[in-house]
Design a protein around this ligand. Structure first.
Ligand code: ADP
Ligand code: ZN
Length: 727
């Protein structure tokens, strides 16, 4: 006898869907979210395919769950990511389901309430449910069973018994609809032209009739302060008029706060924000609102890519070059690249916005795979900051101090004019290394191969990789002598100390991601800076990007050489982007800005390009160097990171893998070597690098290779990172 069989993909690290029989009373469709038995318990899964077959020996699907089904496009995105990253399909699915939080408290449109009928029989479990339901309508059966602390079956039994009944609920509103025609500043002519070019790519037809665009990807490359945000707001406005949803991706939560205010100014209301800081219940409501189409614009971190949009018409990836878009544990995916994939699957237009695009993106634009819209001038005739190097070899800086006399006098002049200065150092904490002058002992993390960073604020030595923290000792833990511990090198806290000593009557704000008070405090501080309520800002990369500080006219980069010395081939690109971004904070308001860059190597190509303002030249040289080396985007790269608490086991596994690598022509396998961070959280790490020519199917090669490799045992893990960001 044949009956419907559902192949259900479960959001765990599994590649295969499991088959279940569909009970006759249940009608399922592909994409439905269901509850199924798995081993001794019940779990949530998604119907991946349906077929007929002899399913009599299979376990049965327990029921459908009241969350929106996964659309075909979203299921294809899951498949795509799993194939590309070599992650198990179930792990990719987990990102789209965002379990467990959501499944536990479903977004129910169906409420449950008591009918007033007494139960035919009473049990302790039933009594608990009846007591909870007596308080009124409960949103969802699962919510009710969870609140009562009983299994879902008890609630179902009471419904069958007529004690409870289900009622349809009006959806809760999560976000007021943005008004595309809310009064706002008019675009300048260059902005309007850029907006027109982007609007022309929207695939939804215009309301008054007329031709629709063909979608695809457009790079919006505009210098800092060119007004890119207002440009893509105009595209969002047009998407609203055409009745399609928009997703704006941001690399960091810190950027989102200011963005929400700007959005509200343009559209009258704030959009729905989606990131890890958004709590359980609100998450579900956004998810449901996105699925129903009620939520028209979402701004979010990379995970927003997996929301079940009903009719997605536009994806904007702001600051598309940002490394934060890469998730580098679990499923290692790049949100910018996946946004391009999702855009294609949804037939939505994709806009990648940046002042300093990734080399990959530039190359894609040059080769005609992406369109390119350029905004070479700042908005309103404002000038880009003048950038000058301070050659530290020629400056007299006392030991233990980091501000050059040239920078100090520039800060003083700036403040004297009533303007703000920003001092940038990409290093959190007080000092990156603590050393005992008597015995030479250096304080290292017990779990990781890194130095502990002194945080004077917290009076602790902290590991930035695993979070390990210990009190800064009074006496050296090694030799026991007092007063010999020395802070080596600067972090932002130390710079703030020097600034306070040098400018005792100035208002100083320190902005770093690990400052106490969290997102709210950060938001308030950023606001203070924006309103001109401080004279000097000292900050890490947190302040480098995206922010708009109208009173800021001087940017001082304290150590432009950090990052240039690492062996990573992307170091130059990354440093160039970061320095370009941070110097671009200067002079965005009415007054012109300038930037001073402290360096020991002013002739370095990155610094030279920054000073000359010749970004094109930097990009073309860097692109040429990548091409010669066969590095992305001209070749493909993947990293296998083998980690284990047992160092020898990790290394042995790496060697065994290398022995069966059998690279065909066009493929190179390097290693195993100790990973750049050889010990993290108590796990030793070895790395194999795979470099292939562009035409090679990297994923197939990796899959075949890993299948030949030794079995993964114990706590050993093989992490696969396709397109690693640092290598
Ligand atoms: P970008 O993102 O390209 O660095 P922004 O979008 O932040 O630039 O714009 C830079 C500055 O110019 C901001 O202060 C912004 O408010 C202002 N601005 C941009 N477009 C307009 C406009 N059309 N009218 C008035 N001010 C604008
Ligand atoms: Zn550590």
């Amino acid at each position: 006898m044949t009956a419907p069989i559902a192949d259900v993909l479960i959001p765990l690290a599994l590649d295969q869907a499991y088959s279940y029989a569909v009970p006759p009373e249940l009608t399922l469709a592909e994409g439905d979210v269901v509850q199924v038995p798995l081993g001794p318990r019940e779990t949530v899964g998604v119907v991946w395919s349906l077929r007929d077959g002899a399913g009599s020996n299979l376990r049965r699907v327990s029921g459908r769950i009241g969350v929106e089904a996964l659309s075909p496009a979203l299921r294809r995105l899951v498949e795509w990511i799993a194939r590309y990253t070599l992650a198990p399909k179930g792990s990719a699915l987990a990102m789209a389901l965002r379990l467990p939080e959501e499944s536990r408290t479903e977004t129910a449109r169906i409420g449950v309430r008591a009918t007033g009928m007494p139960p035919s029989r009473m049990t302790p479990a039933r009594a608990k449910v009846v007591a909870v339901a007596a308080d009124g309508v409960v949103r969802g059966k699962r919510a009710l069973s969870l609140e009562a602390g009983v299994s879902a079956g008890v609630v179902d039994g009471l419904i069958d018994d007529g004690v409870l009944e289900t009622v349809a609920l009006a959806p809760e509103r999560v976000a007021e609809p943005p008004d595309p025609d809310h009064p706002h500043d008019a675009l300048s002519e260059p902005q309007a032209e850029a907006a027109r070019a982007l609007i022309a790519t929207l695939t939804a037809p215009p309301p008054g009739g007329g031709p629709a665009g063909e979608g695809g990807v457009t790079l919006l490359e505009g210098v800092t302060g060119s007004g890119k945000t207002e440009v893509y707001f105009e595209v969002v406005a047009e998407a609203l008029r055409r009745g399609v949803q928009s997703l704006v991706l941001m690399p960091e939560i810190a950027l989102t706060a200011q963005f929400l205010d700007r959005f509200a100014k343009r559209f009258g209301v704030r959009p729905a924000a989606w990131h890890s800081g958004v709590g359980g219940r609100r998450r579900e409501r956004i998810r449901a609102g996105v699925a129903s189409g009620e939520v028209q614009v979402v701004v979010g971190a990379r995970s927003a890519l997996f929301l079940p949009f009903r009719r997605l018409g536009l994806i904007v990836v702001d600051e598309e070059h940002e490394g934060a878009y890469k998730q580098d544990d679990g499923v290692c995916y790049h949100a910018r690249d996946m946004a391009v994939v999702r855009g294609k699957l949804e037939n939505a237009a994709v806009v990648l916005a940046s002042a300093t695009p990734a080399i990959e993106t530039r190359v894609n634009a040059e080769r005609g795979r992406y369109r390119r819209v350029v905004m070479p001038e700042r908005f309103g005739g404002r000038r880009l900051p003048e950038i000058r190097a301070i050659d530290m070899r020629a400056e007299k800086v006392p030991r233990g101090r980091y501000l050059s006399p040239s920078l100090v006098s520039a800060i003083a002049e700036t403040n004297a004019r009533g303007e703000q200065a920003l001092l940038f150092l990409n290093r959190r904490g007080y000092a990156p290394l603590t050393l005992c002058r008597a015995c030479g002992h250096r304080y290292q993390c017990p779990n990781c191969s890194t130095w502990l960073v002194e945080h004077r604020f917290r009076r602790a030595l902290v590991c930035h990789h695993c979070g390990h923290a210990e009190r800064r000792p009074e006496a050296c833990t090694e030799c026991g002598t007092f007063d010999n511990l020395t802070a080596c090198g600067p972090g932002v806290e130390r710079i703030a100390e020097e600034v306070a000593a040098t400018f005792p009557d100035k208002r100083v704000i320190v902005l770093s991601s690990d400052f106490p008070g969290g997102a709210e405090r950060l938001r308030a501080e950023l606001q203070t800076v924006a309103e001109g309520g401080c004279d000097i800002v000292v900050g890490t990369q947190l302040v480098a990007k995206g922010h708009n500080f109208p009173h800021l006219t001087l940017v001082g980069v304290l150590d432009a050489d950090i990052g240039l010395t690492s062996g990573d081939p992307r170091a130059a690109e990354r440093t160039f982007q970061l320095l370009q971004q941070v110097t671009g904070r200067a002079g965005r308001g009415e007054k012109p800005g300038r930037a001073l860059v402290q360096t020991y190597q002013p002739e370095h190509p990155v610094i030279a390009a920054l000073i000359s303002g010749d970004a094109e030249r930097f990009y073309s040289e860097e692109t040429a160097a990548r091409e010669v080396a066969g590095l992305p985007p001209f070749g493909r790269l993947a990293a296998l990171v083998i980690s284990c608490t047992d160092r020898e086991a990790a290394e042995a596994h790496g060697r065994a893998l290398a022995r069966v690598a059998e690279p065909p022509p066009g493929v190179m396998v390097l290693g195993p070597a100790e990973a750049p961070l050889a010990l993290v959280r108590g796990r030793y790490r070895f790395r194999l690098l795979v470099k292939t020519e562009r035409e090679i199917d990297l994923q197939s090669y990796l899959r075949d290779w890993l299948a030949r490799g030794p079995k993964v045992r114990g706590n050993l893990r093989v992490g696969i990172d396709v397109d690693p960001q640092s290598f």
